[in-house]
Design a protein around this ligand. Structure first.
Ligand SMILES: Nc1ncnc2c1ncn2[C@@H]1O[C@H](COP(=O)(O)OP(=O)(O)OP(=O)(O)O)[C@@H](O)[C@H]1O
Ligand SMILES: [Mg+2]
Length: 240
């Protein structure tokens, strides 16, 4: 592990970004979505990312989540430089270490809630019975024990999102990445999902990064990052 991933107190940072840029070129038009992001997020912290539409929030989350690579710069997660891993190693790393929740739950429509939650385990070759048991436990912890055999179309939006949260937690990820997870929900359901996410992150000691337009949700997170025009405008509770 490199020296700069340790703080003065010796604790290890979960995520370090150094000089991260991302440029997209569409039909010879160049968009600089990220223009040099430096961030250091400690293990177990909960961070919100806010900012105007187009500020680069989702791009940043995708790069931290190894769904996309930076144009320049370094992304280190748990001491591993993920920006330089092979595609195969990256897929495995993503499956083992990271959990994702998006605005729409992205559940597989042909599978039950239980099977959807098990899916990361199946990909990681977890035995069927063990996977089933863990999925049932997680569904129970998000309050959906009696919806295990429902398919996504037979669940409400909030219930689908809770299934997605259970699925994201299946592999006990070190880092949970959420992009507007309550964007499609009414206020009451949104609050319940927020509580659940924060509680589960605390119980599982997961580092959580949450992109949101909801100022109230952002304000509930101990660490807050505001982005503007591809840069970090301000960061509280994290080191920039
Ligand atoms: N795949 C892509 N190809 C080209 N340009 C892209 C791509 N993805 C994002 N962009 C551009 O990069 C900029 C940042 O996009 P991003 O999706 O990160 O914004 P955001 O902060 O998440 O916005 P929103 O709040 O609307 O979701 C935008 O100008 C967008 O048009
Ligand atoms: Mg976005």
């Amino acid at each position: 592990m490199s020296e700069n991933s340790k703080t003065a107190q010796g604790t290890t940072a979960a995520i370090i970004l150094n000089g991260v840029t991302k440029a997209f070129v569409v039909e010879s038009q160049r968009v600089e979505a990220l223009r040099g992001v430096d961030l250091r997020i400690e293990r177990g912290s909960c961070v919100s990312i806010t900012g105007r539409s187009g500020a680069g929030k989702s791009t940043l989350l995708h790069i931290i989540g190894t769904l996309d690579r930076p144009s320049e710069g370094i992304v280190s997660i748990g001491g591993i430089d993920v920006s330089r891993m092979s595609d195969q190693a990256t897929s495995k790393f993503r499956n083992r270490k990271l959990g994702f929740i998006f605005q729409s739950s992205n559940l597989l429509p042909e599978f039950s809630a239980l099977e959807n939650v098990m899916m990361p385990g199946i990909i990681a070759s977890v035995r069927g019975n063990a996977a089933r048991e863990r999925a049932a436990y997680l569904l129970n912890s998000v309050g959906l024990r009696d919806r295990a055999s429902h398919r996504p179309a037979e669940l409400s939006g909030g219930e689908q999102q809770r299934v997605a949260i259970a699925r994201a937690l299946f592999m006990e990820p070190e880092v949970l990445l959420a992009d507007e997870p309550t964007g499609n929900l009414d206020k009451g359901t949104s609050l319940a999902i927020q509580d659940l996410l924060m509680e589960l992150a605390a119980v599982h000691k997961t580092t959580m990064i949450l992109v949101t337009h909801d100022q109230m949700l952002a304000g509930r997170m101990p660490s807050q990052v505001i982005m503007e025009d591809g840069r970090v405008l301000s960061a509280t509770g994290v080191i920039q």
